[in-house]
Design a protein around this ligand. Structure first.
Ligand SMILES: NC(=O)c1ccc[n+]([C@@H]2O[C@H](COP(=O)([O-])OP(=O)(O)OC[C@H]3O[C@@H](n4cnc5c(N)ncnc54)[C@H](O)[C@@H]3O)[C@@H](O)[C@H]2O)c1
Length: 321
């Protein structure tokens, strides 16, 4: 299939293009930044570029992963977020659904971050009684920054264009898969690799799984029509755990993984005392047929097998690469 991938020079985009090509697809990458998988150096906010990209290449599927996102909050203003994430998405959707367009499926990379309000984000500092159990039904959505607001607006544009044109569109609210250190982790005592491993319990996935989710969504879009899915490693927790997760999370983790303390101790790793939110990705499992291939249990098993690689740089730690 001829597929247009926006954001093809990015972390997810490069991984995704590679996988799509391995799967036998013809892929056209579009990104303002040149890269090994970028064929068109340009912006989704430029209608002429988008129109030519779709028409000249008889594009049948689009994965829209290109965006300004969290790291750019420090360097770009709100108008730029609106221009790229909202206006750019609208242009792409309009061109994809225009009369004569060959596009028959569309996948939009959204973010779990848009479900985090200012209140949820700061809850752990305010005597939270139970962790937030976050699924696709959560409402109202009150994103705390322009990144979340622009992504939520883009999600609405996806729904609106699907309603008007019937173009199959799948929205993936993806949890974190970035390899960099979290700039919000300053007050966390654990090392970066330790933090990332912990996060697989409730809010992280590998970039490989993120790419695979997009491929499954592309395949399934015509049967699905329109829907929104949280994509994150499957959590072992249930809503019944939410009180204990904020009281003392290590106890809950120990219940599900009795050997975790011993395996962690070999590296001097520890669990977070408090887990304040859990992303529930079971809808993706049920309706999209997608489950992340790496979860916390896999990481523990891997750590158990590969005992002694305490000093492996995080870029080489499998779940961060
Ligand atoms: N990294 C994460 O943990 C994470 C979590 C949730 C959602 N996401 C989403 O996943 C997608 C990819 O993120 P990533 O981590 O690979 O980020 P990235 O910054 O590595 O890649 C994003 C790419 O989008 C490109 N881009 C920027 N402006 C563009 C424009 N006007 N037109 C086309 N492309 C443009 C950038 O040049 C970059 O190559 C983004 O939509 C992001 O919001 C990322």
């Amino acid at each position: 299939m001829n597929i247009l991938v926006t954001g093809s020079s990015g972390w997810l985009g490069q991984n995704l293009v590679l996988r799509l090509k391995e799967g036998g697809h013809q892929v056209i990458g579009l990104d303002p930044v040149p890269g090994p998988h970028t064929d068109i150096v340009g912006s989704v906010a430029d209608r002429a570029v988008v129109r030519a990209a779709i028409r000249d290449n008889a594009i049948r599927g689009i994965v829209h992963a290109g965006a300004l996102h969290k790291p750019q909050l420090a360097t770009h203003d709100s108008a730029q977020f609106i221009s790229v994430n909202v206006q750019g998405t609208m242009i792409l959707l309009e061109e994809a659904s225009a009369p004569g367009s060959t596009v028959e499926r569309f996948v939009f990379t959204s973010t779990t971050s848009l479900m985090i309000s200012r209140q949820i984000g700061a809850a752990h500092r305010r005597g939270l009684h139970r962790a937030f159990w976050i699924d696709e039904e959560m409402a109202p959505l009150e994103p705390r920054n322009i990144y979340g607001v622009s992504k939520l607006a883009a999600e609405h544009l996806c729904r609106m264009v699907h309603d008007a044109s019937g173009l199959p569109i799948v929205v993936l609210r993806t949890a974190r898969f970035f390899p960099e250190e979290d700039d919000m982790a300053r007050d966390i005592i654990q090392s970066d690799a330790n933090i990332k491993a912990n996060e697989f319990l409730f809010r992280r996935l590998t970039v490989d799984d993120a790419a695979r989710a997009h491929i499954v969504a592309l395949e399934r879009a015509p049967q699905i029509g329109f829907d929104t899915f949280i994509i994150s490693a499957l959590t072992p927790f249930s809503p019944d755990d939410c009180e204990q997760l904020v009281e003392y999370a290590p106890m809950v983790v120990h219940r599900y993984f009795p050997r975790y303390r011993e395996i962690y101790a070999r590296r001097g790793w520890t669990m977070f005392d408090c887990i304040d939110r859990v992303y529930d990705s079971t809808k993706a499992m049920r309706r999209l047929g997608f489950v992340c291939s790496t979860d916390f249990g896999d990481i523990l098993a891997q750590m158990d097998r590969d005992d002694g690689y305490l000093d492996v740089p995080v870029s080489r730690v499998p779940w961060a690469s």
